[in-house]
Structures are given as C-alpha cells and as structure tokens.
Design a protein around this ligand. Structure first.
Ligand SMILES: O=C(O)CCC(=O)C(=O)O
Ligand SMILES: [Fe+2]
Length: 193
C-alpha cells in the first residue's frame, strides 16, 4: 500500500470504530440513534497533522494550550515522544504515555452536550519536549454545520433538567474558533441560562 492508501485505510477504520463507540456510549444512556441522525452527528471529519519541533526549553513554550475538542470523539495517533496531558477531576495534569499500537480517544464538547453532561469532554494540552520532535495525527468527528445539537430528549427526561440549550453546530463552531483556547470555557456558550 502507498502512503495515501494507508492514510485512507486509517481514516476509514477509525470512522467505523468511532461510530461503534458512540453507539455503545449512547446505549449506556438509553438512546438508540437512527442511522441518519448518527451520520449527521458525525458528518464532519477533519484530520490534522501536528508537528512539534524539539524544544531546548520546554517550560518556556506552549505546544497546544489547554482545551477540549468541539466535536463528538477524536481519535489520536501519537508517536513515541510523549507530551499529551489530560486534566483530571482534581485539577492535576496526567500525561497520556504513548503506547505502541494504541490510539487515544477523546470525548468532545458535542458529546457532553448531547449526553446532558454525563460524558465530560476531555480537557487536554500538549507540551513540547527536548528529547525529540513529535508528530500526532488527530481525526476529529463532529456534526454537520447545519445540525441542531442539544441534550437528547431521553436523557433530559431522565435527568429532569436540560443543562445545555439547543443550538446549531455551526454557531457552536464559530464561537469555538472566535477566541483563544481557555480550557473548557468553550462550553459556556451552550449552557442553559
Ligand atoms: O498533539 C496532540 O497530542 C493533541 C493535539 C490536539 O489536542 C488537537 O489538535 O486538538
Ligand atoms: Fe485537542
């Protein structure tokens, strides 16, 4: 296989896997999404290729500032260098060590909104290192821009409250990209008043 075929095969198998993971997560909150709705919720796919050069003084730089991803799930392939951290409930940062053959899966803001807060988007950041340059390849899955997102009715019924309002994903995305990363502040835009 040439590089292009390898990349396409990675994208295709990641999409199948991500869809299955979303199905399982939804089943766990008592929701079975129609095929069409599922495709609309995962209709935007984006692949980034991140390159972080070796840095002699990592403490003086920011690789990627703390943020959560805006979509449903992100599948991330990282090389062996390390530098990805996730924020724990107690506020500490834990490194996600590279494991040969493993992918990192991050919950995004949209899944937090749909699940009415049951699934929390992962706040994460990247620090550069002085041991070598690093490459990572995240695949982001997110709704179509014209898709309405909001807590799923079945979950709201069970929780007795909607913690987020309904909005167009396009508006969420515009707000997300309109300001610099600041942890999970992006979610404030969707919070119910
Ligand atoms: O490079 C990484 O490990 C993560 C990059 C990231 O968080 C992003 O592109 O959203
Ligand atoms: Fe990210």
């Amino acid at each position: 296989m040439c590089d292009r075929e390898v990349a396409l095969a990675f994208l295709k198998s990641s999409m199948q896997m991500v869809k299955r993971v979303v199905e399982v997560l939804m089943e766990d909150v008592g929701v079975r999404l129609e095929e069409e709705r599922m495709n609309s919720l995962m209709g935007t796919k984006m692949v980034n290729m991140n390159y972080y050069p070796t840095c002699p003084s990592p403490e003086l730089t920011i690789g990627v500032g703390r943020h959560s991803d805006m979509g449903m799930l992100t599948v991330l392939l990282q090389d062996g260098i390390g530098g990805l951290y996730v924020r724990l409930d107690n506020g500490d940062w834990a490194e996600i060590p590279p494991l040969n053959g493993a992918l990192v899966i991050n919950v995004g803001d949209t899944l937090q909104i749909l699940s009415n807060g049951k699934y929390k988007s992962a706040e994460h950041r990247v620090r550069t290192t002085n041991i070598g340059s690093r490459v990572s390849v995240p695949i982001f899955t997110a709704p179509n821009p014209s898709e309405k997102i909001g807590p799923l009715p079945q979950v709201v019924k069970r929780d007795g409250v909607a913690r987020y309002k309904e909005l167009l994903f396009q508006d969420y995305m515009n707000n997300f990209f309109s300001q610099p990363h600041d942890g999970k502040k992006s979610l404030d835009f969707a919070r119910a008043d």
